[in-house]
Each structure stands twice: as C-alpha cells, then as structure tokens.
Design a protein around this ligand. Structure first.
Ligand SMILES: [Zn+2]
Length: 366
C-alpha cells in the first residue's frame, strides 16, 4: 500500500475534514492507543462532538517520548494537522526505535479550530493559560489597556491603523509587540487574554503529561503554530536561553532555525503562561526538550487586523453578516494561507523537524 495522502492532500479546509484525515492516517498505522476527548457543551458545525484526539504509537512505557501537538491556537491547527497527518503517513510510526513512542495530539483547541478562531470558546488564548494558578496572575503591561481600547471601536469595525502607527512612533516596536503578545489577565474582551483559571485544554494536557512522565526519561515536545514571522518560514522557538543545556541541545538537533525568545532573537516575544510552563511545573527530574514550531504567513499588521476584527465580532456577539464573514476569511488566510507554496514549505520543514527530533531523542537515550 502507498501513502494514504499525497503532500497536496494533507491540508484540509475545515476542522472536521482535518480530524478525519488525522484519524484515518493514525488508524492506518495501528496506534497502541487512540483517545478521543470531548469538549463538554459544544458541537462542531455538523452537530458532532468537538474533540481533541490523542494517538499513541510505540510502547506506552517508552523511555523517550516525542509529543507532536496541533491547534492549541485553534485556527493554527491547519498547519499542525497537515504535518501530523504527513508524519503518520510515513514509515516513522511503524519503524520507531524500540524505546521511543510518538504521541500525536490533534486539535488542542477544537472549538477555535472548528469555528476559525485562535482563542477558545471563552475568548482565552490557551498559550497564555499555563501560568501557576495557585498564585496571582502576572500584571498587565502598561500599554495593554490602551491597545485593547483601540482595538474595540464602538460602532462600525475599522482597524485603528493611524493610532497603531502613532504608538509605533512613540514606543519601540519590540515593546509594542511585547505589550500585546505577552498576554493579559484582566480583560476577557481583549486580545491575548489568558483566562482566570486552568481551562479544559490545560487539564487534559496535564493529564497526558502525568501519564507520560510515569515512565519516560526524556520528553520532546513540538507544538505547531502559524501566523508569526516571514511567509512560509518555520522558526523553532525555545523559551530557554540558547546557552542553556536545553538551548544547546535544540541547536544541535535543529541548527540555525532555533531562536530563543529569552534572548530576544525570536519572532516571538517572551510570553506568560505558554505550554512550556506545564513542563516547568510538573516534569521534575526529566529531560525536556520543548519547542514551538512557528510558520510565518503575512505581515504583522495584516495578522493583527484579522485578530482584532475577529475579537470585535465576538465581543459584539455577531454570528452572521458581512463583518462576521470578513473576519472569518481574514482569519483563515492570516493563519492558514490557501496557497500551495506555503503548504509545501510547511510540510517540508515540519517533517524535517520531526525527523531531526527523533534522531536526537534516540541518540540521547544511548
Ligand atoms: Zn500560535
């Protein structure tokens, strides 16, 4: 039998289609387990349950585990789902080294994936939700309130281009990006809102980590995202400094594509509550190699326009109409460009990163 999907068929046009392709590819290589976790209270546009699917290949007590996850930022799941399906369509899952398991986690934010949003059903940016909730959330950046006010015009939607340009002139671009992107915990109607407690996704993720940590020595995590950086370029973002042991390991596995947000070298600012913090809180005495694989799409302001309009439509309770439809199509193109060259770049770099991770993981266990 050949591969179930060719490269140009790995991408989907909806969450339901992506999940079907993922499930077919996962079943095709006989997982040792496939868990379907249902998000309570919501259904997909076809009326079926919204789910996060976890497919496990290789031994359940493997010493080395590679986790490949998609769709923590809902709509960014198109790239991640395609890479996961590509990997499951190769010989990798069948030829895993004896002590290594591959765990693919599909659609960590199924609501956002199904409804074309980056955030979850409560407008929460899930990659800001992994703070330690036993403590008070971090304070907002001083510019956060002003930016969020600008992004919520009262009547008709209009991207506040001139006001944003004004802020750019007054503050350093990196500072503005940080103000917006690092996350905030005070405005549920704002952008990059981290929530007020651990979300469903946070909980299912930590359950998975608990299970993996029981037997493993080395956990590798690749979390796939899109929307930040040059078009079609995959950046490997780590939050550890490049000179740290984890940074050095990442460099030796993935080379110059590795950029540290701690060093200020990444397209991403250093953010609060991203998924790496779940390892910091839980994975004691384990080796963890964690990275975000981020694929650039369009210019920052185009992506911000899509995000801000999507949020405005949500805050105004719109579920139909011209503004709603425009927000939907802006989001789709900003985070999953419907272009063959972009898709090809994503698959090529994504599968390369996974292969390099497997080799690195295998070497580290010897
Ligand atoms: Zn993302």
């Amino acid at each position: 039998m050949g591969k179930p999907y060719e490269n140009n068929r790995l991408f989907s046009d909806s969450y339901v289609e992506a999940r079907t392709k993922f499930r077919d590819a996962a079943q095709y290589v006989h997982p040792t387990a496939h868990d379907v976790l249902t998000l309570p209270g919501f259904s997909d546009p076809d009326g079926d349950p919204l789910t996060t699917d976890i497919s496990w290949h290789g031994p359940q007590n493997a010493r080395g585990v590679l986790i490949l996850s998609s769709g923590l930022h809902g709509i960014e799941g198109y790239a991640g789902s395609a890479i996961q399906t590509a990997i499951l369509s190769t010989s990798i899952p069948k030829d895993l080294p004896k002590d290594i398991a591959l765990v693919t986690v599909h659609a960590l934010n199924p609501y956002g994936f199904a409804y074309g949003r980056r955030v979850n059903e409560d407008n929460i940016d899930l990659n800001r939700n992994f703070i330690d909730w036993s403590k008070a959330p971090p304070p907002d950046h001083p510019l956060t309130a002003e930016i969020n006010d600008l992004m919520l015009p009262e009547e008709k939607w209009k991207f506040p281009f001139l006001s944003i340009a004004g802020l750019y002139l007054k503050h350093k671009p990196k500072e503005l990006q940080k103000a917006l992107q690092q996350g905030q915990y005070s405005r549920p109607d704002g952008l990059f809102y981290g929530g007020n407690k651990a979300t469903w996704t946070n909980r299912i993720w930590n359950n998975l980590l608990d299970r993996i940590e029981m037997s493993s020595d080395h956990i590798v995590h690749i979390d796939i995202h899109s929307g930040l950086g040059p078009y079609g370029k995959g950046e490997i973002i780590i939050t550890a400094p490049t000179h740290s042991p984890m940074g050095q390991r990442a460099k030796s596995w993935w080379g110059n594509a590795v950029k540290s947000s701690a060093d200020g070298a990444s397209v991403s600012a250093l953010v609060h509550g991203d998924i790496i913090e779940s390892f910091n809180l839980a994975a004691q005495n384990k080796t963890v190699t964690q990275m975000t694989l981020e694929f650039g799409t369009y210019a920052k302001l185009d992506v911000l326009h899509a995000l801000a309009m999507d949020n405005w439509v949500y805050v105004n309770g719109m579920t139909a109409g011209a503004a709603f439809e425009e927000a939907r199509s802006r989001m789709k193109e900003a985070f999953a460009p419907h272009r063959d060259d972009w898709r090809q770049k994503v698959i090529t770099q994504g599968t390369h990163a996974v292969n390099a991770a497997l080799t690195g993981l295998q070497n580290s266990l010897q």
